[in-house]
Structures are given as structure tokens and as C-alpha cells.
Design a protein around this ligand. Structure first.
Ligand code: ADE
Length: 345
């Protein structure tokens, strides 16, 4: 079971999922950030609408929490059609997918999250569905086995993946539209926090929104999650309004610093610098030192630290870079053995 972190970009609970649904912008007009994607998608949608056609199959790729599900829902809203949501690992048998596909109407959207994790047999079953809007379904077994050809309505497949590189090329080639989502600017996240506060009826000073935004690691899902924690703090410890001071105190208490790093991130950097002289050090050694699974470090800790330039991955292992030393207030060429102090212990 991966550990739960306030700053993890993955969804952490069912409750959070329904919370996010209330905050999701229903149209592109209300969507903040991802300007290029919004502009291109808006043109593609308008053209499809003018022709009365389904939108071409669309693939969203990029890190988690940046709006892939939101955009798929916006497409369905814009076309006045229904959306059916599933995910790669949830589709195990062709029969499951057969049921979903045959129930889709004209211009409906089938959203498959984590599409890089589709089992191979399901992926092959999808090819004729995407290309010719038909499926070849095998009924009966042995000498009675027959293939029946079932026509489908012209639907749109919206796929989402964090790893576009691990999609097979036959699948990738069947998409017509590709949109890469980027991390958000702080100003955009602040706008999102202001919008969410309006919806949730939270009193918030603009600088309070900026404080939350700065710590949200470029990710709206994290910004909205931090907003909830800060709202609780404001209601219990302050007069209910989110001022910059309230936001800072609430997030410091949660261990989320000015750049959005938490205890685990800081311990990771601190271990490389203090115990391994800045690296390079293998991730297995760090895993043993920090008592965290290798997968947790690789999937949940390193991506943001790499993206921010705090660490580099080299053949010989992980290395801490100058911004990491500065952030932890450690000298670049310090004494060989610094006393080890972990923020979380
Ligand atoms: N809530 C979450 N992401 C959003 C976005 N990109 N725009 C507006 N509200 C959002």
C-alpha cells in the first residue's frame, strides 16, 4: 500500500474524487491554464459540432492531476453526449468492453484512464472499434466458435496516460488528436484556488490563494487538496478567512514547505547530501536508509524533485544539485559528515 501524502498527485480517496467533481470546470470557457490545449481542443470541438460528427479519438498525456479526466468530461458536455468512464487495469475481459461499446450512442465519449495499462487482448479488440466502428466478437468455443461482427455507433475514445511512450504504436496511431498537459504556473493555480473557493463558499484573500498555489507543485489536484486543509485550519484556528498567514501556518503544520516539498522529499534530499556526500547513490541504498520502498521513491518522490532540478539521475545513481543544498540551507562543500537530522523523526 503506497503511503498517503498531502502532496501526492494521485487521487487519495473516493471522497476526494467526489470533491473534485464539484470543482471541475464544465466547459472550456471556465477552464484555467493549458492555453494551447484549450485553444486546439476548442477548434476541434467546434468543427466536429458544425459537421455534426463525433470528435476524433483523443489522447491526453502528462503527469497525474493536471486535468485529463476534466477535459474528457468537457468534450462530452460540449457535444451534448454521454461519457462512460473506465480504466486500463479495470478492463479484463473482452466481454466487459463489448457491453460498454455496444451501449454507446452517436458522439458519446468512452474515457479510458491509464490506457497504457490495457491488457493486450483488450487493446486488440479496440482496434476495429476505433478504426471502423465495429467489433469482432467470438461466441461459443471449440468447433462451434463463430465470430460475429457487431456495428457500433460513431463514438469518441478519449484515452489518458501518464506515459505516452509506453503506448503501443498500433494503439497510438489510431488517435487523431494528441494533447500534452503541462504543469501549471503559480498564477494559474492561484486563479483555480480562487475559483474553487467561490464554489465552496470559502473566504480567501488573493495573497492567501497565492500562498496555497506556490506549494501545489504545479498541480490543480494538489492545490484543491491543500485548500481543504487550509480551510479547516482557518475555521478552527482563525476567523474563517484564508489570509496569507493562515495559509502559511496551516501548510507549515502539514509539513508542506514554500516550494511544496514535504518531509519525505526533504528527507530524501537530506539523505543524499548528508549521508552520501551529495551522491551519486543508488536508489536501493536510499530505500534502505529511508525505510521506504524503491517504488515509492521512484514513482512518488523523484518525479517532482527531478522536474524541479533538485536531483539528477545518472548511471551511477542519484545526485543532489545545487538548488537542493540551497533549499535545505546546507553548504555546497560542507564537512564530510554532517549530523543527520530528519524532519519527520
Ligand atoms: N479545477 C481543477 N482544475 C481546474 C482548471 N484547470 N480550471 C478551472 N478549475 C479547475
Amino acid at each position: 500500500m503506497p503511503r498517503e501524502r498531502l502532496v501526492s498527485p494521485e487521487l487519495i480517496s473516493k471522497d476526494e474524487e467526489s470533491f473534485n467533481r464539484t470543482l471541475r470546470p464544465p466547459t472550456l470557457d471556465e477552464y484555467i491554464g493549458q492555453k494551447k490545449v484549450v485553444e486546439k481542443l476548442s477548434i476541434a470541438l467546434q468543427a466536429a459540432k458544425q459537421r455534426g460528427e463525433a470528435l476524433e479519438h483523443v489522447l491526453f498525456h502528462g503527469p497525474p492531476g493536471l486535468g485529463k479526466t476534466t477535459l474528457a468530461n468537457i468534450i462530452a458536455n460540449a457535444l451534448g453526449s454521454k461519457i462512460v468512464t473506465t480504466s486500463g487495469p479495470a478492463l479484463e475481459r473482452t466481454g466487459d468492453l463489448m457491453g460498454i461499446l455496444t451501449n454507446l450512442g452517436e458522439r458519446d465519449v468512452l474515457f479510458i484512464d491509464e490506457i497504457h495499462r490495457l491488457p493486450a487482448n483488450i487493446e486488440e479488440f479496440l482496434y476495429p472499434a476505433m478504426e471502423d466502428f465495429k467489433v469482432d466478437f467470438v461466441v461459443d468455443k471449440g468447433m462451434y466458435a463463430r465470430t460475429i461482427n457487431v456495428p457500433l455507433k460513431r463514438f469518441t475514445l478519449a484515452g489518458a496516460t501518464t506515459r505516452a511512450g509506453s503506448l503501443s504504436s498500433p494503439l497510438r496511431n489510431r488517435f487523431g488528436l494528441f494533447y500534452h498537459l503541462e504543469f501549471y504556473e503559480v498564477a494559474e493555480l492561484a486563479e483555480i484556488v480562487v475559483r474553487s473557493s467561490r464554489i465552496l463558499d470559502i473566504r480567501l484573500e488573493p495573497e492567501g490563494a497565492a500562498e496555497v498555489a506556490r506549494r501545489a507543485r504545479g498541480t490543480p489536484r494538489i492545490a484543491n487538496r491543500l485548500l481543504r486543509r487550509v480551510r479547516d485550519y482557518a475555521e478552527v484556528k482563525a476567523a474563517g478567512e484564508i489570509t496569507p498567514d493562515v495559509a502559511r501556518s496551516a501548510l507549515n503544520l502539514e509539513g508542506v514547505d514554500e516550494l511544496g516539498l514535504d518531509d519525505l522529499d526533504r528527507n530524501f534530499l537530506s539523505a543524499i547530501i548528508r549521508l552520501y556526500h551529495g551522491g551519486p547513490v543508488g536508489v536501493e541504498a536510499l530505500s534502505a536508509t529511508l525505510n521506504e520502498e524503491v517504488d515509492t521513491l521512484v514513482d512518488m518522490v523523484e518525479p517532482f524533485l527531478l522536474q524541479q532540478g533538485f536531483v539528477s539521475r545518472t548511471k551511477a545513481g542519484r545526485k543532489a544539485n545545487e538548488p537542493a543544498y540551497r533549499h535545505l540551507h546546507l553548504p555546497l562543500s560542507g564537512p564530510a559528515e554532517l549530523p543527520l537530522k530528519f524532519a519527520g523523526s
